[in-house]
Design a protein around this ligand. Structure first.
Ligand SMILES: [Fe+2]
Length: 317
């Protein structure tokens, strides 16, 4: 591959500070709240945990912290959040974001349900204009007891679409403390970790800022994918991409859409990273379809970033 296609994503000393932080929740504006709520109940087993002002609803699995907020409005990503279990983690993020010049506000602790201890919760606006929440530990009982043929184990990662990957890395790695695990060698897609999972957050250049590319739930094992694909079909939900296996993360995947057009991934077997035992170097994957889909390189219809440009990438190989 020619050097002209290689872009190094730049990290500073803050990258990798977080070791025990995971996605917590995500909020969408949707045109038809009842239709989306019915979908999340029927397909993903998420039930209403709370009614929100102005006709919104807060969904979870009935135990533990909520997972999805559905808020009325034109379809868009409203906010997303992380649960920070690192000791002193929220205070550290607050300090580093402020030092880097980002605005941080306190989040109403009432927002954080099912907390075991007093909650510290903050919100900061990402450089793409999307509020990002960080809160301390909450209860997540019930997640590992899921019937994974019918209900995902947990919410696992968020992939943000942007028009400037480095600007997002400056926020999430160089201030908040995530670390780049892998990238496409042209710098248009990167995967970041904040615990032992290969990624809890990914950033992809989709040519516009502040949008959701997709978000993902964990399944337990490959056997579950068969149950899910059959059940999605019975429910009239079209499988949009996969099943397949990603190169970055080595995880199994299948994708479908919610009624508002959000791309939902089900995933299993995510590669684990042990930063306390080994030093890793971020890998640079060729920006070809086979990198994000090891089993054949098919891409979803919505993917228009660099890994779709097979001709350009292969010419430089
Ligand atoms: Fe994903």
């Amino acid at each position: 591959m020619g050097e002209e296609n290689r872009v190094a994503i730049i990290e500073n000393d803050n990258a990798g500070i977080l070791r025990d932080t995971a996605v917590s929740h995500i909020g969408f504006r949707v045109p038809d709240v009842p239709a989306s709520e019915a979908f999340y109940a029927n397909v993903l087993g998420l039930v209403r945990q709370e009614e929100l002002p102005d006709g919104g609803v807060r969904l979870g699995w009935g135990t533990g912290h909520h997972v999805v907020d559905l808020l009325p409005g034109e379809s868009r990503l409203d906010h997303f959040g992380f649960e920070v279990r690192d000791a002193g983690g929220v205070a550290g993020i607050r300090y580093r974001l402020k030092t880097a010049g980002f605005q941080v506000t306190d989040l109403d602790p009432g927002f954080v349900d099912f907390a075991a201890e007093p909650v510290e919760a903050i919100s900061a606006v990402s450089p793409d204009g999307v509020p990002v929440h960080f809160h301390s530990a909450v209860w997540r009982q019930g997640e590992t007891a899921a019937d994974t043929g019918r209900r995902p184990v947990k919410f696992q990662h968020t992939t943000i679409g942007t028009d400037d990957v480095q600007r997002q890395v400056d926020f999430f790695a160089n201030a908040v403390g995530f670390r780049v695990t892998d990238q496409l060698s042209d710098g248009r897609f990167c995967w970041l970790r904040s615990n032992k999972d290969h990624h809890t957050l990914a950033i992809v250049n989709v040519g516009k800022s502040g949008v959701l590319d997709h978000y993902s739930y964990d399944l337990a094992e490959w056997e579950d994918f068969k149950s899910w694909c059959d059940r999605l079909t019975e429910l009239g939900v079209t499988v949009q991409w996969g099943p397949g296996r990603h190169g970055p993360g080595n995880n199994l995947f299948v994708f479908f859409d919610d009624p508002a057009g959000n791309h939902i991934e089900l995933s299993a077997e995510m590669e684990k990273f042990y930063d306390d035992q080994v030093e890793y170097v971020a890998r640079k994957w060729h920006p070809v379809p086979e990198s994000v889909n090891l089993w054949g390189g098919q891409l979803p219809h919505w993917r228009k970033t660099s890994e779709g440009h097979r001709g350009v990438a292969e010419a430089g190989r």
